[in-house]
Design a protein around this ligand. Structure first.
Ligand SMILES: [Zn+2]
Length: 426
């Protein structure tokens, strides 16, 4: 049975709002409530799905619509169901109310990333309802724990259930939103993301009494090092992808605006600092957590060398966690399809390959050989502070831009699955 397009739009918005109302703040996560919601919806259309719960309440859900040709590598649509916390007092509206107001759905996760989760769900249901078989397997993954490192989510599935999620191609978050640069519009499509190297840097000094001031304390030293780190950029490197991306934007690497600078070097940011335990004691130790990010082509050792150049040989550096950068080629039929359809959906705009300075679950899926793109399209007007709303207060999704994105996303996914849009939607 075909679904009327308007019904599909309404249902997808309803799914988005229902998902936002489920408080899956991580920590503690409690993604089980989202997995239940999705599982029940899939079950109503008899779509096969598995729930993987590495720890009680931390559920991942993976559904599959079998295709006609199982020799072709599957397409996986992925989202994470956990969200970051809120400072509710600073919000204009209830962060878990999913209110529909001022043309937006308001709430934590409305952008990052229950919006794409709702799209993936709605689309799979519509395909199944139409009784159509995709040309390749379609996998829908809704995973836990992305906001806290993916240990119980994508990473767990890759390590313990690779057969459930092994795909040739993955469409995940962070890409396909309107980027306004002057009067021009771009749609960055994520093909690469940086790796991370989280380091604990410790220095020691002689402890003493607070009544006897000295310059050579652990606190003074760590403060000096933090100052040096924040003032000293790591060496600039323009990767081939960035060269291509900047050329697409008509920007020379020397003139890259601040937005692009993290994509042109490894970076390091102090994020947690600790020293002392009593108001009149000079502590013998101080430490800082450094959030290091590595460019594609770089590794942990190279990063630590660059960090040593800044902080010198003395501080102790302990790597706490690390994950490699990842990059997929934009020279694939799927990328071409995304680019062509996106540019057709917003005439005059250009879709360009993009590097995310942060990390997503694509990092883990790529370990199984998948080509991963960030494509969760939304059309935005220039006044929408989209970037600031990720993990920010008053996170909200503009309905009109979301529905524009839904149409574009649907067209791309169905085409790649060898299904005609008019066979699914009336
Ligand atoms: Zn996210």
């Amino acid at each position: 049975m075909r679904t009327a397009w308007e019904t599909f739009e309404r249902e997808t918005i309803d799914h988005l709002r229902a998902l936002v109302r489920l408080d899956t703040t991580n920590p503690p996560g409690n993604e089980r409530i989202a997995a239940h919601y999705l599982g029940a919806a899939f079950a109503r259309e008899s779509i096969e799905c598995a729930t993987i719960e590495p720890l009680p309440t931390r559920a991942n859900l993976v559904a599959r619509v079998a295709g006609t040709d199982r020799s072709r590598p599957p397409l996986m649509l992925s989202s994470h169901t956990d969200v970051v916390g809120v400072e509710a007092a600073r919000w204009t509206r209830d962060p878990f109310g999913a209110e529909l107001a001022e043309g937006c759905v308001w709430g934590r996760g409305s952008i990052d990333m229950k919006s794409k989760c709702a799209m993936d769900l709605g689309l799979a249901l519509a395909i199944k309802r139409a009784g159509l078989l995709p040309a390749r397997d379609l996998i829908i993954a809704a995973v836990a724990d992305e906001e806290a490192g993916s240990e119980l989510g994508a990473r767990y599935l890759v390590e313990h259930h690779p057969d459930l999620i092994r795909a040739g191609f993955v469409l995940n978050e962070t890409g396909g939103f309107t980027l306004h640069l002057g009067a021009r519009r771009f749609y960055p499509i994520q093909v690469a993301e940086k790796g991370f190297v989280t380091v604990k840097m410790t220095v020691s000094g002689t402890p003493g009494h607070g009544s006897m001031p000295r310059a050579d304390t652990a606190i003074a030293w760590i403060a000096d090092l933090i100052g040096r780190i924040t003032r000293t950029p790591m060496p600039r490197r323009v990767t081939p992808l960035m060269r291509r991306m900047l050329a697409g934007l008509g920007i020379s690497p020397d003139q890259a605006p601040p937005l692009f600078r993290p994509m042109l070097a490894n970076t390091v940011t102090p994020t947690i600092v600790r020293a002392g335990y009593k108001d009149n004691v000079i502590p013998g130790e101080a430490w800082v957590i450094l959030d290091g990010r590595t460019l594609p082509g770089e590794d942990e050792r190279g990063f630590l060398r660059e960090l040593r150049d800044i902080v010198g040989p003395e501080p102790t550096l302990e790597v706490i966690k690390t994950a490699p950068p990842v990059e997929a080629s934009p020279d694939t039929p799927l990328f071409d399809l995304i680019k062509t359809r996106t540019e057709a959906a917003d005439p005059g705009a250009r879709a360009i390959p993009w590097m995310l300075p942060g990390a997503t679950d694509s990092k883990f899926y790529a370990q199984l050989g998948a080509i991963c793109y960030g494509f969760a399209p939304v059309r935005l007007d220039p006044r929408m502070p989209f970037g600031a709303l990720y993990h920010g207060n008053d996170e909200r999704m503009p309905v009109e831009g979301f529905l524009w994105g839904l149409r574009l996303y649907t067209g791309v996914v169905l085409n790649f699955l060898g299904i005609r849009t008019e066979d699914v939607f009336a």
